[in-house]
Design a protein around this ligand. Structure first.
Ligand code: FPP
Length: 248
């Protein structure tokens, strides 16, 4: 068991990578890998809630993932519909609040409807936040934030007066700062499958995140390995560019 809960990460990001390689290794279609990845994701949501992780953010579909075959892309979107059908009641029962990071309006209508339902029906849940990055890209998120700030100023600023944009303003206009619940920057980002990069995931918010990598392919990632990583996190010394920060 993990001792000293105060040192546990409050906010965790996960890049769920390796579904395709898992499927290849088993000689099954890529979509079977994503299906197994979804099962893994469900277990990690429950584990997060049990381990006191208040915010879990997963990278489910990036702005770059549209480059994959139509069959794979629509397969992933169908999985979302399936997920909402099978999981919504349990998520509500566990008081899990869902946020979506990314513009999901361009997904197929059935997926958009399911996601709207997922978001609206968990709106009053006040337990953990489960944040799903969908059609999400970190650079796209920053560009949107800056454009929103410019557009707001056209209405509010005196003509001819220019003010510098601040970090706080950008943070407030990111998906993580402008949703119903503010989502704290991730204390820890985990990537599975042996790849060691962020791939445009929470690039603004991860400025001081601890990073952890595992060779385990996402469908094989277990709550036990997750708990070990969270435990390892409690031994990291976080300095935030200055001296060591006292844990809350
Ligand atoms: C990365 O593995 C995984 C994805 C791009 C999709 C992840 C999606 C899920 C786990 C399902 C999400 C479901 C919901 C309801 C949000 P990869 O395909 O890049 O693996 P590879 O690098 O081995 O090919």
């Amino acid at each position: 068991m993990i001792e000293g809960k105060a040192k546990m990460p409050e906010s965790v990001g996960i890049i769920m990578d390796g579904n395709g390689r898992w499927a290849k290794g088993k000689g099954v279609p890529r979509l079977a890998g994503h299906n197994a990845g979804m099962a893994s994701m469900k277990k990690i949501v429950i584990a997060s809630s049990n381990l006191g992780v208040k915010n879990l953010t997963v990278y489910a579909f990036s702005t770059e993932n549209w480059k994959r075959s139509t069959e794979e892309v629509s397969g992933i979107f169908n999985l979302i519909v399936k997920y909402v059908k099978s999981e919504l009641a349990e998520l509500i029962e566990n008081n899990v609040h869902i946020n979506i990071l990314g513009d999901y309006s361009m997904l197929p209508e059935a997926s958009v409807k399911s996601i709207d339902k997922l978001v609206s029906e968990t709106e009053n849940c006040s337990g953990m936040n489960f944040n799903i990055a969908l059609n999400y890209g970190g650079r796209d998120e920053i560009v949107r934030a800056v454009n929103e700030i410019i557009a707001d100023r056209e209405f509010t600023d005196e003509p001819g007066i220019s003010r510098a944009v601040t970090e706080d303003e950008i943070s407030a206009h990111l998906y993580t700062g402008s949703l119903h619940n503010d989502i704290p920057d991730p204390d820890l980002i985990i990537r599975t499958s042996g790849e060691e990069r962020l791939s445009n995931f929470l690039i603004w918010q991860s400025a001081y995140s601890e990073l952890m990598f595992t060779d385990t392919l996402w469908p094989d990632f277990t709550p036990e390995e997750y708990e070990k990583m969270l435990e390892a996190y409690t031994h990291r010394k976080r300095r935030f560019g200055g001296r060591e920060k006292e844990d809350k």
